[in-house]
Design a protein around this ligand. Structure first.
Ligand SMILES: C[S@@+](CC[C@H](N)C(=O)[O-])C[C@H]1O[C@@H](n2cnc3c(N)ncnc32)[C@H](O)[C@@H]1O
Length: 259
């Protein structure tokens, strides 16, 4: 939710610049989630968040594009379906903009293709998204790379850092938005330090700690790290993290800072 609200705000900010926008989603997933399914029912926290998102009367403006997208997907009725990053980006594309969704697992890729059927400006590839971003990032123009791995493999952190470095070497103005789980501070700090070493520009870091980071076996929140963040992105990002932590957290903390 934090990631998707931030993604839609970032897209709008980037689309205010002249020229077409080219988006690569390195880990696209299946595009569309049925919240009545078994898996969604098991992850109660996400479900609770979407419920709050749809009914809150104090929702910050930064969340409105996400709420509108979820509402549209459900024809304004009860929230059964939730859009993943591919559908959210596809829904925001203008004529001339493009989206490439990379998904490694064939069955997820089939679902992704089905979810995006008939959408203009979109392509998908069943391939490793880190490699695709490194080789397909346009060398000029407005580019957004979303990196949202499942963190099932031990080298995901290292590959994110390499991809930030590869992408910004190809296109120094490319904006890279990375989603990370927050488990313990040691892992997160080490990642930010490695990313700082790999990328010369400032990194905007947003943490939504939903609870104190005392149990590293738990997902205690999430973080976004942005390379080449456009001016003005810090305000919506702060509003998104603060609202999420205050509404859904338990002794949590929202922090947005520049590394
Ligand atoms: C967290 S989900 C992505 C969610 C999606 N970005 C969204 O916001 O809706 C991660 C996905 O990455 C896929 N995946 C794992 N490793 C990958 C890789 N190296 N390249 C591309 N996709 C990968 C998984 O199969 C899974 O569907």
């Amino acid at each position: 939710m934090v990631k998707h609200a931030a993604l839609l705000d970032l897209l709008a900010t980037m689309q205010a610049q002249p020229g077409p926008l080219n988006v690569i989603d390195t880990h696209a997933g299946r595009g569309l989630y049925d919240l009545s399914g078994d898996e969604a029912q098991r992850s109660g926290e996400g479900e609770a968040g979407i419920g709050q998102l749809m009914k809150a009367d104090d929702l910050p403006g930064a969340f409105q594009p996400l709420r509108a997208a979820v509402s549209d997907l459900n024809d304004g009725g009860a929230t059964r379906y939730y859009p993943g990053s591919p559908l959210l980006v596809a829904g925001a594309l203008r004529a001339g903009d493009s989206y490439l969704g990379c998904e490694l697992r064939p069955e997820e890729h089939d679902a992704l293709k089905a979810a995006l059927k008939g959408k203009a400006g979109v392509k998908t590839v069943c391939a490793d998204g880190f490699n695709e971003a490194a080789s397909r990032t346009r060398v000029s123009g407005s580019v957004l790379i979303l990196i949202d791995p499942p963190f099932e493999k031990s080298d995901d952190y290292r590959r994110i850092v390499t991809t930030i470095s590869d992408v910004t070497a190809r296109n120094p103005k490319a904006v890279v938005l990375v989603w990370l789980p927050l488990k313990d501070l040691e892992t997160f700090d080490a990642f930010v330090r490695d990313a700082e070493d790999a990328y010369a520009g400032p990194l905007l870091v947003a943490e939504a700690r939903m609870r104190p980071l005392s149990d590293p076996m738990k997902m205690n929140g999430c973080a976004l790290v942005v390379a080449n963040a456009p001016a003005g992105f810090i305000e919506p990002l702060t509003a998104i993290c603060e609202w999420t932590v205050s509404r859904l957290g338990d002794q949590g903390l929202a922090r947005v800072w520049t590394a």
